[in-house]
Design a protein around this ligand. Structure first.
Ligand SMILES: Cc1cc2nc3c(=O)[nH]c(=O)nc-3n(C[C@H](O)[C@H](O)[C@H](O)COP(=O)(O)OP(=O)(O)OC[C@H]3O[C@@H](n4cnc5c(N)ncnc54)[C@H](O)[C@@H]3O)c2cc1C
Length: 426
């Protein structure tokens, strides 16, 4: 249904959240200008599609919502309107089918983001979207003079600084990971300077530093550790215990299994200076059977061969087992099958720091929910709304990030339309 009035809205940021806000606003009859700092929109969305665009997840609703941890209520409100099923229906409406992978993850057909983005942008342009690439919001925001009110934004463009006035604004500026794709987090001090409460952005779904030896780093960096179990109990007794795949990185440990634990690990390091985890290198074998196998006489065989034949431990797993032990400690361990089995089942690793935010998949922190009303309008800047990763929520990988970004974009677009219809005081 189109609105019989002129309502000019600027959406700043052309990631999935901003595009969804623009979509809702256009459908409701608003006149929408979308500004993005980059030469084209949706760059992180396209990157997300490189390894297979996991757009949402098909697990039961309660489990799905629980992924948003302490923000389950706030994000849950967005999902009431646009949850995983609605999201899939929306993808289908763009002419692209979806399928559920074996782990419950949902992907668009072909697994890429480009066809979906192409179809979406085509439709938005046809609906009247005015797209302004290479327009970087400079942080300037001023109440517009005159009767109509609204906000004037300042942009840095290839043709110099420009100003643009709109009745309402949706900010969808993203977090601060992969800054080269456009979201650099520069907006944090700008909004804080306007009286908006912003929690500092922090890495989420990230790797962690471990003080590896040069030997391990040079020989094994980049090697996947398939089918390992990560166990961690934080200072408050919260337990993470999951099977999955990690990657031995040059600086420490990364990969999906580590990303899934990253919020707990990051918070533990912030509180205690480090996080001690245990890696089960052979989850399929129990410790007693392993100890019995390792106790078999090895005769003249080397320890490396013995480990390989009796336990199937070799390559990066054997190197990890030896890591951090000097020659006498290693020899003592090799002479004690029970201790060796225990180390294989719970290799202690000390994580020292989260990897820099620019390397992370996503960001935690951002505009606090307390700084906005239920329609995502900033209390400090009436008529200015926020959406996407720039809001203070986090979730693991698995499609939860894009689901919440898209759902919040929808909420912000609807919020702006609802605000338009409210009578103004004064
Ligand atoms: C490698 C990788 C893989 C991923 N895979 C998945 C996945 O499979 N599933 C999943 O759910 N999530 C995935 N994600 C996360 C997901 O891509 C993000 O959560 C999502 O893109 C965030 O959307 P957004 O619209 O909030 O912000 P963004 O996509 O970051 O978009 C923000 C936009 O704002 C623009 N901008 C920033 N500052 C300014 C400014 N001052 N002026 C103008 N424009 C500005 C940027 O140029 C950018 O276009 C992945 C992320 C990465 C890095």
């Amino acid at each position: 249904m189109s609105a019989p009035f002129s309502f000019r809205v600027a959406v700043v940021g052309g990631g999935p959240a901003g595009l969804m806000a623009a979509d809702v606003l256009l459908a409701a009859g608003a006149q929408v200008d979308l500004f993005d700092a980059m030469p084209s929109v949706g760059r992180k969305f396209l990157l997300a599609g490189k390894g297979g665009l996991n757009i949402t997840h098909a697990e039961p609703e309660a489990a799905f919502r629980g992924r948003y941890r302490e923000r389950v209520t706030e994000v849950g409100r967005w999902l009431d309107d646009f949850g995983p099923e609605a999201l899939r229906a929306w993808v289908h409406a763009q002419g692209i089918s979806t399928f559920v992978g074996s782990s419950g993850k949902v992907f668009p057909e072909g697994m890429k983001a480009a066809p979906l983005l192409r179809a979406w942008l085509h439709r938005l342009r046809a609906a009247g979207l005015a797209l302004h690439a290479r327009h970087r919001w400079s942080g300037r925001i001023e109440a517009a003079q005159g009767e109509g009110g609204g906000w004037t934004l300042g942009f840095d463009t290839p043709h110099g600084p420009q100003a643009s006035t709109h009745d309402a604004i949706v900010l969808a500026l993203g977090g601060a990971s992969w800054a080269r794709l456009g979201s650099d987090g520069a907006w944090q001090p700008w909004l804080a300077g306007q009286g908006v409460d912003v929690a500092p952005l922090a890495p989420s779904n990230c790797g962690f530093d471990i003080a590896w030896s040069d030997f391990l780093r040079e020989r094994h960096a980049g090697t996947p550790l398939k089918n390992v179990r990560l166990k961690f109990t934080d200072r408050t007794g919260q337990v993470f215990d999951r099977l999955g795949e990690a990657v031995l990185g040059a600086h420490g440990l990364e990969g999906n299994l580590v990303y899934a634990a990253s919020a707990l690990l990051r918070d533990e390091i912030a509180a205690c200076g480090h996080a001690d985890v245990a890696l089960d290198l052979l989850p399929a074998k129990d410790e007693a059977t392993l100890a019995a196998a390792l106790a078999r006489g090895r005769g003249a065989r080397s320890m490396i061969n013995h480990l390989k034949e009796q336990a199937g431990i070799h390559g990066v797993r054997a190197a990890l087992l030896r890591e951090g032990l000097d020659a006498p400690a290693w020899q003592a361990l090799c002479a004690d099958p029970v201790a060796l089995a225990a180390r294989i089942k719970a290799l202690p690793l000390r994580l020292l720091a989260a990897r820099p935010i620019d390397e992370a998949i996503s960001s935690a922190g951002g505009v606090r929910f307390e700084a906005m009303d239920a329609r995502l309008m900033l209390s400090a800047l009436p008529g200015v709304f926020c959406a996407g990763e720039m809001i203070d929520w986090e979730a693991p990988t698995g499609g939860y990030l894009l689901t919440a970004c898209l759902a919040s974009g929808r909420a912000a677009g609807q919020g702006a339309m609802a605000w338009r219809s409210l009578p103004r005081v004064g």
